[in-house]
Design a binder for this molecule. Structure first.
Ligand SMILES: [Zn+2]
Length: 348
């Protein structure tokens, strides 16, 4: 019976004790490491959460009023929020900065706040800010320009005209802005017919020679024959997208046959066969294909001022706010509408 128990002086007992102690230490060490790893992960998660989270309005109020960072640093932070599309945070920063008793750049901060309100689409608030700046400093061209934009976006063209006057007094060329505001004011009137608008718009264009695309886009949309009769065909290239999109019944073949560009363009489209080639690559390819391939033209619009590319035509660039800076670019693409109509026909 005694042989079942090991004496504590027995070397085997020492070995068993040794391995038991090693096992206990390894077991405790494993669980301790696991516990520490979990704790570290939780801490790291919390740290990353805090790092990625935007400061709350209250955090910003405390931080900005604490004065630990310079106003310039806050302005830079607000700008980085704008660049990331977070207008709300930048507006909170500007508003808190304007509450500081020892604020240094009040007008600049107000201007940036007005601009951000405008970008974020808060037009009424933006208007109030710019009017407040101009009350204190009436000769601030940048504030006047933004106020003009705000009124234009609000379709308050009468107030926009009032802004043009002080801008002109500051020596800024307002002819194009003035023509645009007058044209938009006319087109947005509800008390006159489209025909009256078309005649008035053409008269404005003939007097000022401004806003060619805007004028003829309206005329061709409302009354193509009136547009053709008053059209300067030498400028056809500037209107190529619009002319390319006209329906066959809207074409004036007498005018088209007398202009080289129009002859080549409508030969490329397949309406007529008055050109056998063209210096314009895309037209030349389409004339050569003679409708045998499924190809058409696609148009894009680039702002000559800021180089922003748009898939649609614009008169006022929404990026740099330049007027009449759109330049037409075209390329050959597969004609998916032809595919669609052919698919439809196949079911008939
Ligand atoms: Zn632009």
């Amino acid at each position: 019976m005694n042989s079942l128990f090991i004496d504590f002086r027995d070397p085997l007992f020492s070995i068993i004790m040794f391995f038991s102690i090693v096992f206990v230490i390894a077991f405790i060490s494993y669980w301790w490491n696991r516990y520490k790893h979990n704790e570290d992960s939780k801490y790291l998660d919390k740290f990353l959460r805090d790092f990625n989270a935007h400061p709350s309005k209250e955090d910003l109020r405390v931080l900005i009023s604490g004065g630990e960072l310079s106003e310039k640093s806050w302005l830079l932070l607000a700008q980085s929020y704008i660049e990331n599309g977070n207008y709300e945070k930048s507006i909170e920063i500007y508003n808190e900065m304007l509450k500081l008793p020892s604020r240094e750049n009040t007008t600049e901060t107000m201007f940036l706040l007005g601009k951000t309100y405008f970008k974020a689409g808060f037009l009424e608030r933006s208007k109030k800010i710019f009017l407040e700046i101009l009350k204190k400093k009436p000769r601030t061209p940048e504030a006047l320009k933004y106020l003009l934009l705000v009124y234009e976006y609000m379709k308050d063209f009468k107030s926009a005209k009032d802004v043009l006057e002080p801008l002109g007094e500051l020596g800024i060329d307002i002819r194009l802005e003035s023509a645009y505001i007058n044209a938009m004011g006319l087109l947005n009137r509800l008390d006159i017919s489209q025909d009256v608008k078309a005649h008035a718009l053409l008269k404005m264009y003939e007097e000022q020679q401004q806003l060619f695309y805007l004028t003829y886009e309206y005329l061709f949309r409302i009354n193509p024959s009136f547009a053709w009769n008053n059209f300067d065909a030498s400028r056809s290239e500037q209107l190529a997208d619009l002319l390319w999109g006209l329906e066959a019944k809207e074409l004036d073949l007498d005018i088209i046959s007398q202009n080289g560009f129009l002859r080549e363009m409508y030969s490329a489209r397949g309406d007529i066969s008055l050109a056998s080639s063209s210096d314009i690559f895309e037209f030349d390819v389409l004339i050569g294909l003679a409708g045998k391939a499924n190809a058409t033209l696609s148009f894009e619009y680039i702002c000559t001022n800021c180089k922003q590319l748009y898939p649609f035509v614009f008169t006022r660039c929404s990026s740099c706010h330049g007027l009449d800076t759109s330049r037409l670019e075209w390329s050959l693409i597969k004609n998916s509408s032809k595919d669609f109509s052919e698919d439809n026909n196949s079911f008939q």
